[in-house]
Design a protein around this ligand. Structure first.
Ligand SMILES: Cc1cc2nc3c(=O)[nH]c(=O)nc-3n(C[C@H](O)[C@H](O)[C@H](O)COP(=O)(O)OP(=O)(O)OC[C@H]3O[C@@H](n4cnc5c(N)ncnc54)[C@H](O)[C@@H]3O)c2cc1C
Length: 615
């Protein structure tokens, strides 16, 4: 049989390739060098670890507690067993050196960076800014005042970066304290208030002013802000629960999820029944159900969700913790009507069964009602947690020259966050709809860069250069590839329920943190092959424990025209007869055995450094 040979498609590494390989950093919206801080923890260098974690993220301590950690989803270690617990390791670094570790003396970020950087060669974003300013590449702003409407993670991050650039940011916040959903949404048992306070003290220490208890639209009007400030950022989040749009929603005992959590956070009284149902499947639904158990629901708390567990946008850990505490789940149901008694109190919710049809516009399978499947779920409290909406009533489109899109949000450019009104910018959930803390942080920082460009007429250009560092004798922790993911210790269930605010997660101690960090595959280190020295013995292929290397004739490779040109540049006419080592990056665990074994020392283990020039 004349079987056609399959030719392999390959990629020839370049700067983007090496960067992409560090998948944790690539997946982080602020590009935190997670691999860098995880390896620094493994080596016991906690100060460096902190600097790398804090550099691009003004809310690193908060993220160490509640980040949804897109880095973990991207972590290559999942292919072996389970991803590195990057978030819990971030918490470990901030507990060592972060804002919460320095309760009495608020850390002056820039000062601390100056102090720490003198001792290290690796650089982070804060250092780039400090260096670019002192070398005159990044002119400092001259204290122009910028108004930030809404002091959630987006507003705080924007204010933080603006003050580093030399502006004078003023945050207008309607609540008595800033931090947005971190303070009025996420319960204390997941995010201790002293961590929030410490992080805010740090931001204030940079000169950020906070006008709390000031609602824009009531206490001060938007046009007044435009008159008094050089620029403004709208980062008001999405503070209002969406309605279910079913009859009976006005019954007594029906609460909006974020309103319910806000009251609990502010210590206000909420009357809870014994049987609570929560409708929804995201963060708010989980936090409402777990809070209900802590604040009086004695019989049962049930989450009703219209899709299945697979479509729920919460982590396995959160679901595990909620189930452990006693939350029950009913999937594939949707509410039809809320039932009430003669006094108008909720007595139950009429539900209909759902099956999942073909995917909808979001790519998720569309819930479709099953006729004749209706049933009553009794309850005396019902919490709506099916999403939130933004209140932009302080904007008058005719007066202010801003326009709204079909989702009721202000039209803005996704990349620059600029609006139709020059000098007005958007950030966070109010810009793109509800998302994650780390997305809000990223967008606040983006808005700060756009404001800098707008007011100083100087775009911030970040150029990345790549350098290789030959690590010489390179070894890894013995058996690192078979260490299982280290469980994050948590408080006993009974303690959690008895003390409303007791932290559920207890975090890693030093031993556990270093053990977990030692599992990292260190994707920033690479095997570099020197074709001039290689004798094609195939020893590296044989010794590789994961069989990720292959020695193949070049003729077997399906090279693109550009790749062929590059190969000819490197090896000239021999292209047709030469050989190549190809590597499956997903399988490589950076153990370094190939480099140690190679008789002519044609393989080196090299760390890639990506250095940024800000101007
Ligand atoms: C219950 C809950 C739990 C969550 N858990 C997580 C989690 O574990 N991990 C995660 O990554 N994300 C989580 N999220 C999502 C995350 O909290 C949000 O994406 C994030 O807070 C959005 O930040 P923001 O700054 O855009 O808005 P917000 O945090 O909503 O902040 C907006 C601020 O603007 C203020 N404001 C509004 N209107 C005005 C006005 N007119 N004048 C003055 N001030 C005003 C508000 O009071 C608020 O402080 C959760 C969300 C909720 C609701």
């Amino acid at each position: 049989m004349n079987r056609e040979k399959i030719r392999l498609s390959v990629e020839i590494p370049d700067k983007n390739y090496w960067r992409r390989l560090v998948s944790c950093q690539d997946a982080c919206p602020v590009h935190t060098d997670a691999r860098g801080y995880v390896r620094a923890i493994a080596e016991g260098n906690y100060e460096l670890a902190f600097r790398l974690a804090r550099g691009p993220n003004p809310l690193a301590s908060i993220c160490g507690r509640v980040c949804q950690a897109p880095c973990e989803e991207a972590c290559r270690r999942s292919a072996i067993d389970a991803p590195i617990s990057i978030r819990a390791l971030k918490r470990f670094t901030t507990e060592q050196c972060g804002a919460e570790a320095k309760k009495d003396t608020p850390l002056s970020v820039v000062e601390s960076v100056r102090r720490i950087t003198s001792a290290n060669t690796a650089r982070d974003e804060l250092q780039h800014i400090v260096n670019a300013q002192s070398e005159g590449r990044l002119p400092r702003a001259e204290g122009q005042q910028v108004a930030i409407i809404g002091g959630g993670p987006a507003g705080l991050s924007c204010a933080h970066d603006l003050s580093l650039f030399g502006f004078s940011p003023v945050i207008f916040e309607m609540e008595s304290k800033p931090a947005g959903m971190l303070y009025t949404g996420i319960p204390e048992f997941r995010l201790p208030r002293e961590v929030i306070d410490a992080e805010i003290r740090t931001i204030e220490s940079l000169g950020v002013k906070m006008r709390c208890g000031t609602t824009v639209g009531t206490d001060i009007q938007f046009p007044e802000i435009l008159r008094e400030f050089s620029a403004a950022v709208i980062s008001v989040g999405a503070k209002h629960s969406k309605g279910l749009n079913v009859p009976g929603e006005d019954a007594l005992g029906v609460h909006g999820g974020v309103e319910f959590l806000r009251k609990l956070s502010l210590g206000q009284e909420v009357k809870l029944g014994k049987q609570v149902v929560v409708i929804g499947g995201g963060f708010t639904a989980m936090d409402c159900s777990r809070s209900s158990l802590r604040f009086g629901a004695t019989d049962v708390v049930t989450i009703l969700y219209r899709r299945t567990r697979d479509e729920m946008p919460v982590s396995d850990l959160e679901l595990e913790e909620a189930s452990e505490e006693g939350v029950e789940f009913k999937y594939l149901v949707t509410p039809l009507a809320i039932e009430k008694d003669s006094e108008g109190k909720v007595t139950g919710v009429r539900l209909q069964g759902i099956c999942l049809g073909p995917p909808d516009a979001s790519g998720r399978r569309r819930p479709e009602p099953i006729p004749g499947s209706e049933f009553l779920q009794p309850c005396d409290t019902l919490i709506r947690a099916i999403g939130q909406q933004t209140d932009l009533s302080f904007i008058d489109t005719n007066r202010d020259g801003l326009t709204f899109n079909k989702w009721g949000l202000i039209d803005c450019d996704e990349e620059t966050l600029t609006t139709k009104l020059p000098g007005v910018f958007m950030a966070g959930d109010a810009a793109y709809g509800t998302s994650l803390v780390i997305d809000a942080v990223a967008s606040g920082k983006k808005a700060a860069r756009s404001i800098y460009h707008h007011l100083l007429k100087h775009p911030i250009v970040i150029e990345t250069t790549q350098t290789h560092e030959d690590l010489g004798t390179y070894t890894r922790e013995i058996g690192f590839e078979s260490i299982p993911r280290t469980v994050i210790p948590r408080a006993e269930k009974d303690i959690r329920i008895a003390d409303h605010n007791a932290s559920v997660e207890l975090g890693y101690d030093e031993g556990r943190a270093r053990l977990e960090a030692s599992r990292c595959l260190d994707c920033g280190i690479n095997t570099i092959f020197d074709g001039q020295k290689c004798i094609l013995c195939g020893g590296c292929v044989d010794i590789c424990p994961t069989r990720c290397l292959k020695l193949v004739p070049l003729a077997d490779l399906n090279l693109t025209e550009a790749q062929e040109e590059r190969a000819v540049e490197c090896i000239g006419d021999e292209l047709k007869h030469g050989s190549a080592i190809i590597k499956d990056e997903d399988a490589c665990i950076r153990c370094g055995l190939c480099a140690r074994w190679c008789p002519p020392k044609a393989i080196t283990m090299e760390r890639m450094h990506f250095s940024e020039e800000w101007s």
